[in-house]
Design a protein around this ligand. Structure first.
Ligand SMILES: [Zn+2]
Length: 420
């Protein structure tokens, strides 16, 4: 058992305590969180005094592709989305398994350094799996499913089933299924993925409504995706569903049981109705969204409709860091009408809720997992904690997952203020 104490403790976005303390039990859970003067019962335990920093719930990155970490700044994002995909496929061609593993390892490390305690990663073919399985970060591993040929849908799902055999989910590990996108997965395979998700009670997500090209492709079978898929010899006898992306998913029964929809950059009013009605979760990737030069994301409208919106970084092939703190700072800077509490909620509880884990992560309450980030910032002139947390120079200095210290910038635990 040990204690963290600091000038600020943020138990949840609306619950900030001055001079707060968190007591972390040996089982990796929070025993107490509240005022320092109320920790009497635990006073004899080791205490780490974090000074003027803020102890906050660890961040939840609800969408990442850690395999692509080493593609930072190596793809030109100025063309259209299908050009970006072509470059991505080309760059990865010669990668060895160890290159993938290093890319994943660096991605996990930089996530932990930025205060992310839960990451939702998309893995292709289970490559670099051991890096993920042995890492101390909390993770949901989505196995990416790609196959546009309906004739081989059963074979593809069998490969997935074989891949996950022998992987045992535990407190730090959950597994999900991720049919990639409506231009790489046949409707038959989407249906099978959905039935696997229901049968094994695992979370399902997909990229959807990401580009105007995708909308055009599904509505009329024209545009950039047609030439991309023809180049990969993937189109064959395909007929467009003549539906908008969310209506397409609804039509194949995908939008049930709180699925996760990644991006949703281009939505019509009736699609927003469907997302709300089916209680689907939306993941917004703010800086990746900016990288691709999309039109404004409709997240303000979604938020007013009571739709759960979580945050993701996407990969470093379309972003500069894997930091949810940086995503929140970006939103704070560009959407001044949004309350900082709501932004913080998106980076913590909304992600936890999308993963159906909001009864154990995303807040610093007793019996929750001790998944914690400590944020340091310049205190001068700060009128509330969010001015500090979202200030340009704020940074994570300590990251704890399930009570275990995973990143410790100043080696605080070795210093004098770590009292035995
Ligand atoms: Zn993605």
């Amino acid at each position: 058992m040990y204690i963290l104490r600091s000038k600020y403790l943020l138990k949840d976005p609306d619950n900030v305590i001055n001079n707060g303390a968190v007591v972390i039990d040996d089982d990796g859970k929070i025993k107490f969180s509240g005022q320092v003067e109320d920790i009497d019962d635990f006073e004899s335990y080791r205490t780490i005094d974090l000074g003027d920093s803020a102890i906050v719930p660890g961040f939840v990155n609800t969408h990442a592709h850690l395999e692509l970490t080493h593609l930072h700044k190596s793809i030109d994002g100025n063309g259209n989305f299908t050009d970006w995909i072509r470059q991505l496929v080309d760059k990865k061609k010669g990668w060895s398994e160890s290159e993938y593993a290093l890319s994943v390892r660096d991605g996990i490390e930089s996530s932990l350094k930025s205060g992310t305690t839960t990451i939702v990663d998309i893995t292709r073919n289970g490559i670099a799996l051991s890096e993920l399985l042995t890492s101390k970060i909390r993770k949901l591993l989505f196995f990416e499913i790609i196959d546009f040929n309906p004739d081989t849908a059963e074979d593809t799902i069998n490969i997935f089933k074989e891949l996950i055999t022998g992987i045992n989910p535990d407190d730090l590990l959950s597994i999900g299924i991720f049919p990639h996108a409506p231009y790489t997965v046949s409707d038959k395979l989407y249906r099978i993925c959905k039935s696997v998700s229901d049968k094994f009670d695992i979370i399902i997500a997909t990229h959807i409504a990401e580009t105007k090209d995708e909308v055009e492709f599904l509505a009329g079978g024209t545009g950039h995706f047609v030439s991309l898929l023809n180049d990969f010899n993937m189109l064959k006898n395909w007929k467009p569903p003549r539906l908008s992306p969310i209506n397409y998913l609804n039509n194949i029964g995908f939008l049930e049981n709180g699925c996760i929809l990644i991006h949703c950059n281009y939505l019509s009013e009736d699609e927003i109705d469907l997302i709300e009605k089916t209680k689907s979760n939306v993941v917004f990737c703010p800086r990746s969204h900016e990288y691709f030069g999309h039109e404004d994301h409709p997240f303000f409208i979604l938020k007013n409709r009571d739709i759960n919106i979580a945050l993701g970084t996407d990969s470093l092939a379309s972003n500069d860091t894997l930091s949810i703190l940086d995503e929140m700072k970006f939103i704070r800077k560009h959407y001044r009408d949004l309350d900082p509490q709501d932004i913080f909620y998106m980076g913590t509880i909304a992600g936890a809720a999308a993963l159906k884990m909001d009864n154990r992560i995303g807040r610093l309450y007793p019996e929750y997992n001790a998944d914690i980030a400590v944020i340091e910032f310049d205190n001068t002139g700060i009128s509330n904690i969010y001015d500090g947390i979202f200030s340009q120079d704020s940074e994570c200095v300590l990251t704890i997952v399930a009570g275990e210290i995973c990143y410790d910038k100043f080696e605080i635990i070795k210093q004098d203020n770590y009292k035995e």
